[in-house]
Design a protein around this ligand. Structure first.
Ligand code: ATP
Length: 236
């Protein structure tokens, strides 16, 4: 697909109905999901008035260990963590594919499914800064908006390809995310919770309890499955 950086983003269609406000799309390995993810998603649902936030756990090819917990375990943890929040949904499509999925392909699929509904791809600032390494990254804005959540210690770029893109596509108006289906970049400061999945796994490996870094249900799944325990402690 050719990039259309210079063209105006399409308008959101009334055909999708009044309930079809922008859908948030939150991808990640979620290995495991933690309060940094959940609080970010929740704050964005409220601030951007998103009727739906979809968590899309990344797939993992069966014979390559890109994640520590299995696909099934990560899915179970995300399901458990999101169960109590009506706007939160889990989308299994990347897990169900045999290999890793490119975000641009997932977004293109969602665009085909949801027609003229605005789509908001949520990324942390660290992920945003790495965007130029993503497959066909310039096409992402043809398919949806980018919503960048500030993470501790990261600043918005002012120069280079991302700086230019921000100048051209950046907005501070939430309404822009509702009135067009794609093409804008919105940066939103979220409560800074310095939690990362890597640190959570390291902590568990060191024999510590991850409680209060994630919902109790997720802690239970981790404990019962032994998915992050040291090999000599792992169950089964
Ligand atoms: P890892 O430590 O393995 O890199 P992670 O904690 O960054 O994992 P991911 O599943 O890779 O978790 O992240 C999914 C998305 O959530 C990314 O866009 C990432 O920037 C964002 N994210 C992760 N942790 C936080 C946090 N504490 N606050 C805000 N956003 C976060």
């Amino acid at each position: 697909m050719a990039t259309t950086e210079a063209s105006a983003p399409p308008k959101a269609g009334a055909a999708t109905g009044p309930a079809a406000g922008p859908m948030g799309i939150f991808g990640g390995t979620f290995d495991p999901v933690h309060y940094g993810h959940l609080r970010t998603a929740f704050e964005l649902v409220q601030a951007l008035k998103l009727p739906e936030m979809r968590f899309i756990p990344a797939g993992n090819p069966p014979h390559r260990e890109l994640t520590v917990a299995s696909n099934a375990q990560r899915l179970e943890m995300v399901r458990s963590a999101t169960a109590g929040q009506p706007e939160f949904n889990v989308d299994e499509r990347e897990i169900l594919k045999a290999g890793p999925s490119y975000t641009v392909e997932t977004l293109a699929e969602l665009r085909r499914e949801f027609g003229r509904r605005p789509l908001c791809l949520i990324v942390g600032m660290d992920a945003f800064l790495g965007l130029p390494k993503w497959h066909r990254w310039r096409e992402l804005l043809d398919l949806g908006h980018l919503v960048v959540a500030h993470r501790p210690g990261w600043r918005a770029p002012t120069m280079g390809a991302l700086g230019e893109m921000l100048n051209e596509r950046g907005t501070t108006r939430v309404l822009d995310l509702h009135e067009s289906v794609a093409g804008r970049i919105y940066i939103h400061a979220v409560t800074q919770l310095e939690i990362s999945s890597t640190e959570v796994r390291n902590l568990i490996q060191a024999g510590l309890d991850p409680r209060y870094l994630m919902p109790d249900g997720v802690c239970r799944i981790i404990h019962d499955s032994g998915c992050y325990a040291r090999k000599d402690q792992a169950k089964g």
